[in-house]
Design a protein around this ligand. Sequence first.
Ligand code: F3S
Length: 753
Amino acid sequence: MPFDIEMIKEVYAKYPERIEAARKVVQKPLTLTEKILYSHLTDGPATKVHERGSSYVDFQPDRVAMQDATAQMALLQFMQAGKDKVAVPSTVHCDHLILAKDGAKEDLKNSINASGEVFSFLESVSNKYGIGFWKPGAGIIHQVVLENYAFPGGMMIGTDSHTVNAGGLGMVAIGVGGADAVDVMAGMPWELKFPKLIGVKLTGKLSGWTASKDVILKVAGILTVKGGTGAIVEYFGEGANSLSCTGKGTICNMGAEIGATTSTFGYDEKMEEYLRGTGRAEIADLANQVKEHLTGDPEVYANPEKYFDQVIEINLSELEPHINGPFTPDRATPLSKFAEEVKKNEWPQELEVGLIGSCTNSSYEDITRSASIAKQAIDKNLKAKAEFTITPGSEQVRFTVDRDGYLDTFGQMGGVVLANACGPCIGQWARHTNDPNRKNSIITSFNRNFAKRNDGNPNTHSFVASPEIVTAFAIAGDLTFNPMTDTITNEDGKEVKLDEPQGIEFPPQGFAVEDSGYQAPAKDGSNVDVVVDPESKRLQLLEPFEPWEGTDLKNLKLLIKAKGKCTTDHISMAGPWLRYRGHLDNISNNMLIGAINAFNDSTNSVKNQLTGEYGEVPATQRHYKEEGIGSIVVGDENYGEGSSREHAAMEPRFLGVRAILVKSFARIHETNLKKQGMLALTFDNPSDYDLVQEDDTIDILGLTEFAPGKPMTVVLKHADGSSNSITVNHTYNEGQIEWFKAGSALNLIKKHG
Ligand code: F3S
C-alpha cells in the first residue's frame, strides 16, 4: 500500500480538538474549508481568527506530490537541506516528460531514452530520501494521487497547478512552486494567505449527455479565469452528493482554470465508495469515525450567504453540456448554442482531432461513458471523421478499461491509445498534420486551452468539453454537430442518431493492475548514491550559496533597470528553457532576458560597465561574477508577478546579483528571493527609481544592523561623480534575516539540522 495510514490516523486524531478550538475563535458555524485549514495550523489549535483574504498563516500540509518537470529543482534543493528523509510523505510522478507521437508503447520507450537521465536522477533521489516514485508510464500525477493518496480532510501541496484535483476526495490540495515543496519536505511551515471562500450549491441531478465536467465549464463561464483568485471553492448540496468521486475530482481539477487556490467537497458516500473501491477501506473506516468534521456544518449549507464570501447555485437537472473555448477556458457556450457561435465567429468548422483522458477526465466512469458512444459508432456503422486519442490517467485505469474491453472499442472506432502521461495536454504532442500552422479546430476533455498549449500552433482552436461530448464530436468531425438533436450519415448512407451515453462508476470486477509503476523508497536510504553526471546538460547538483560576508555591500554595479512589467517569465523564461529546469548554470542563461532595459527600451541588452559595450544580460552578469564584482537589479511595480517558479530567484543569486531593488514586489517572488539569501529591497519613495542611472555604482548600507522594520540606505554613485543617497525598505522578519546571513534558508536548515 503506498499510502501512509499512520499519518492519516494522526491527522484525524487531531481533528476534534482542533475543530473545537476553531469554533471558539471563529464563533460561527464552520465551512469544510475552515475545518481543514484550522486543523492544519503549524502552531497547533487555533488561538485567533485568521482574516479571510488578508492574514498570512503558517500551515503544516500532510503530503507533497511533485511531477517530473518541477521535481528536479525541488529535489536538488532538498538535497541541500542536509536531511536524511522527507518530513512528510512525498511522491514523484514521471508524467510531463513523455512525448505523444505514435502510441503508448513507442512513445514511452522514446521518452525514456530522451529523458532517461532525469528519470534516473528522480528515482535515485526518491529512493534515498524516502519519497515514493511513480515511474514513467505509471500515470498522471493527479489521477495517481486521487487513486492512492488523497483522503478526506487532508491537506497537501503539489508542484503542479492541477494538484487541486484531490479536492474530489475532500482534501484541500494546492499547487505550489518547488521552493514551497522543499520547505514542507524539510519540515518547515508553509505559508498561505487565508483564502476567501466561494460556495457553490449544487441542486438536482445530472442526466443524459450532461457530465460533471459541465459543472466546472459552467462555473468557469460564471467566474471567469480570474474569479476564483485568492479563494477556495467549496461545493455542497444534494447535487454535490450525487456526483461520483472522480466527477468531483474533474470539477476540482479545473478549478485551476478560474484561478482558485483550490476547490473541495465534503466527505460523502460517493467518496467512501471510491476509497473502498480503490483498496482503501481502512481510510474509509477512519473517515467515518470523524465524519461530522469532514464536511461543512449543516447551518453553513442551509444559509450559505451568511458564511461564504460569494455563493453560486447550479441546478444539475437543468444544466446543459457546455463547450468552452477557444483559447480560454472560461468562454463557456451551452451545446445548444454552440453551432451558432462556431458560424458567427468563423471558428474552423471541421474538427480535426478529438482527445479524451488526461488528469482531468480519465476515470472509469469517463471512459465507459465515452466508450458507450464509441460502441454506437461501431454498431451503427459510423466512421469517426476526426482523429481520436485516449490518454488514460493511470496504469490502473488503463489496465482495468483494457481488461473490460473498452480500449478495444476505441480501437475499433479508430482511436489511438497514448501513454499514461500528460502528452498533448502540455504540448508534448508531435501532432500528425500536413500543415503545422493551418487554422484548425480540436476538442479535448482536458482543462487548459490557451493558444499553443496542445500542439504549439497558435492557429489551433482548442475547445474543452466532457469526454462523451468529445467522442461524439470526433465521430461527427464537425463542430456544428449537436449529438442531442442531430443525425449523422453512416457508411450505408443512412441517417443515424447517437443515444445518450451510459457509464459505470466502478468496474464490476474491481480495479486491477499488473504493474502500477510504483517504487517504494529504500527503508534506509543512507547508502543510496545519487549520481549526476558532471557533464550533464540537464542536471547539476547545487552548491550551497555563500553566507553573507558580514559587511555592507559596496561598489555594486547596476546590472539592469527593468522597466514596466517584469514577471517571472521575463526573469526566467519557460518554453525551450524547460529542458534546463534541473541545471541551474544552464538555465541561468535565460536570466532576465525578457526584461526591458529602461535605458534603451530593449530586451536582453544592457551596458557592461567594465567594457562600456552592450551585451546580453546573463553574459554581462557572468563577466561581473568572473571579476568578483556584485551587482544589483532595479525594477518597477509588482516585480516577479506570475508563477511561483523558484528559478527566477535562484538564477540571479547563482550569478552573483546581490540585491533586487524595486518599487514593489509580487509577494511569492519576494519570499523566494529571501529564501535564496538574496536582498529584496523596495524604494521608500518610488520615484527614486528615476534617480538610478545606467552607469551607477551602488552601495547598500545598514546591513550590519539588519533588523525587522529598519530601513537601509542605498547610495547611487553616478558616473559624473555626483551621488544620491536614498532610503530603502525591506520586509524581512527575524527568521528571514537569519536566512540572509546564512546564505539561504536551506543553509540555515542544514546548520540547525
Ligand atoms: Fe498533465 Fe495536463 Fe494534467 S499537463 S498534469 S495532464 S493538466
